[in-house]
Design a binder for this molecule. Structure first.
Ligand SMILES: [Zn+2]
Ligand SMILES: [Zn+2]
Length: 244
């Protein structure tokens, strides 16, 4: 089972590295895997079943129309968020290995799952389909340090799967935000104000692509900047959502 991911030693990690190319499960090395996960390991992923219909904030129980307090108080500029998993074990471990060690195979099952989820939504209908995918921009310094921008990587995969163009040049992050941790909602939003600059024309329908949505403050600000620049139908697509 996927619990073995928790204790992957360097040795077994090397084994996963060697074997992922052969299509083995990244959770348990079972050969019976599709997109890098076997069925039992896939069943262990924390699905974000009950959530706010607007920002996908996990809720204990929610109907199709449930909306969280924050979206009710201050509706975001985006129409909805498609975020299939909760940022809990093993999804957090998988995303961590992808992001910080650039081991793409750990994110592959999640990215393929998100693409399949979106393909179902858009099957046969182009009216609501975004015209452009915009990866949430990372600060240049951080990108240089990490040498890899996971949001662009995810957007490229989704763009190929759904046949939607991707642009990393529409929005720039113009200044770093201070750490968001410990700030209340008002302070978080003030901290993020004007950190994004839209540099190019924006089509009417766009989707912001991110790896993990935490407080939601960053995607709210990014969506606002895109709306100010002319986007009318904005979505957020991400792999995982933290509880708030
Ligand atoms: Zn498995
Ligand atoms: Zn919400």
């Amino acid at each position: 089972m996927i619990n073995r991911l928790h204790s992957l030693s360097t040795l077994s990690e090397n084994l996963v590295n060697r074997n992922a190319a052969k299509g083995l499960c990244v959770g348990c090395l079972s050969p019976d895997a599709s997109n890098g996960l076997c069925s039992p390991c896939r069943a262990d992923l924390p699905v974000n079943r009950y959530h706010c219909r607007c920002c996908a904030l996990p809720m204990a129980f929610a109907g199709a129309d449930s909306i969280c307090g924050e979206c009710l108080d201050a509706p975001p500029a985006f129409r909805r968020a498609v975020i299939p998993w909760r940022y809990q074990y093993p999804v957090n471990t998988m995303i961590g290995r992808y992001k910080y060690s650039q081991q793409r195979k750990f994110a592959r099952p999640l990215i393929a799952g998100l693409a399949a989820n979106l393909a179902n939504v858009y099957e046969g209908s182009d009216a609501n389909r975004p015209q452009l995918l915009i990866p949430a921009p990372m600060r240049p310094a951080r990108r240089r340090k990490r040498g890899f921008n996971q949001t662009s990587d995810i957007a490229e995969h989704l763009g190929r799967a759904l046949d939607i163009p991707v642009s990393t040049r529409v929005v720039r992050r113009v200044r770093p935000a201070q750490a968001q941790r410990g700030l209340n909602r008002k302070a978080r939003l003030a901290n993020l104000r004007d950190i994004f600059k839209v540099c190019r024309n924006v089509p009417e329908r766009v989707a912001i692509v991110d790896d993990v949505v935490t407080t939601g403050a960053t995607v709210r600000m990014l969506a606002q900047a895109l709306q100010n620049a002319g986007a009318r139908d904005i979505q957020v697509w991400a792999l995982a959502r933290t509880p708030g």
